[in-house]
Design a binder for this molecule. Structure first.
Ligand code: NAD
Length: 322
């Protein structure tokens, strides 16, 4: 026992008292903010689409006209924006976060992005003692809506521990991972997407070849599942197409192409050849050109369906290898 008896222990600040500023109320941010609100966090929100905040404001959130005003009115500012360019504008613009955030304040970027903007902010604001985390997510808009996102956090351990209750309001507590220092969250997220998109293209290709060769789609899929070539994609994620013809418009292919481009940039910057990733990126870009920016992230499967003239659909879910 080292504390003198007359000292009063000051309890750590209750994270639930924190006012959260949130900028970017799109497919992901809308669900994430609903869950923060449901967990009891006071919210201050902003988006270039004012109407995206209607339900939150009805639930008691405050609107702020600029990112600077969001930052000035909150303890923690979260960004959930499409690309690094948007993050840069929202942080560094004349009415950006840096123009409003208090010294010692906290910014968490949950966008799928790259470290450059945050690195530059840390370099130019060292005297302001800001706490900055990168915390991109996986789990699609469904995971955002039901508060079950996986979150990959880069930054200081003390900040991650302090802000865990905020992250847990949006994510699955078991899958909120502190993956390393600043920038590690961005890198992990880009590698997850790169591998998932690669699974998607490879799966579309083998299903198309197998079906064209005369094998029943359900039998082919069950055979793959029973083999060393099984994957989470074949077992689970591809079913949205095979069962429902749903190519996941909750994540636009324009953003998927953005992620693939960032992933290739990362590979280039660390000097690792990325032949497979490069090919997957080209196939994604072809699908985007063909079906439009807003088509779902799984639309490259449609390229193969159009090529073979067959929609890959399971007629009967219960099919199994005889
Ligand atoms: P989205 O395009 O649906 O939403 C982005 C929001 O940001 C929009 O509401 C837009 O109006 C707003 N915005 C853009 N510029 C702004 C500005 N200057 N000021 C204020 N608001 C601005 O995108 P999303 O699908 O929600 O994705 C957001 C991020 O999450 C992206 O980096 C994406 O790669 C990543 N992500 C998406 C998914 C998914 O399934 N949708 C999954 C994981 C990660």
């Amino acid at each position: 026992m080292t504390s003198p008896s007359h000292t009063i222990d000051v309890p750590p600040p209750d994270a639930h008292q924190l006012t959260i500023g949130f900028i970017g109320l799109g497919n992901m941010g809308s669900g994430m903010t609903r869950n923060l609100q449901a967990a009891g966090f006071p919210l201050v929100v902003n988006d270039i689409r004012r109407e995206s905040a209607d339900a939150l404001l009805a639930g008691g959130a405050q609107w702020a006209d600029t990112p600077a005003a969001v930052a000035a009115a909150s303890d923690v500012v979260i960004t959930m924006l499409p690309t690094p360019r948007h993050v840069d504008a929202v942080v560094n613009g004349s009415t950006g976060i840096l123009a409003g955030i208090a010294d010692g304040g906290t910014w968490i970027d949950m966008s799928t992005s790259v470290p450059e903007v945050a690195n530059q902010v840390r370099a130019t604001t060292a005297h302001r003692a800001l706490h900055i985390l990168d915390a991109p997510v996986s789990g699609m808009s469904v995971g955002a809506a039901n508060g079950m996102l996986q979150i990959f956090v880069g930054g200081d351990a003390a900040d991650v521990a302090r802000l865990r209750p905020v992250l847990e309001a949006m994510g699955d507590a078991e899958r909120i991972l502190h993956v390393g220092g600043h920038g590690a969250g961005y890198a992990v997220k880009l590698m997850i997407n790169q591998l998932w998109f690669s699974h998607l293209v490879a799966t579309a290709e083998v299903l198309s070849i197998g079906v064209k060769a005369g094998v029943d789609l359900g039998v082919l899929r069950e055979s793959l599942i029973a083999s060393p070539a099984n994957s989470n994609f074949i077992q689970s994620d591809v079913l949205s197409i095979l069962e429902h013809g749903d190519y996941d418009e909750g994540f636009a292919i324009a953003l998927a192409c953005k992620d693939l481009g960032l992933s290739i940039d990362l590979a280039r910057s660390v000097g690792v050849p990325a032949e497979v990733s490069g090919l997957v990126e080209q196939i994604y870009r072809r699908a985007r050109a063909q079906y439009g920016d807003l088509a779902g992230e799984m639309t490259p499967v449609k390229l193969y369906e159009d090529l073979i003239g067959v929609e890959l659909r399971l007629a009967d879910r219960g099919e199994a290898v005889a």
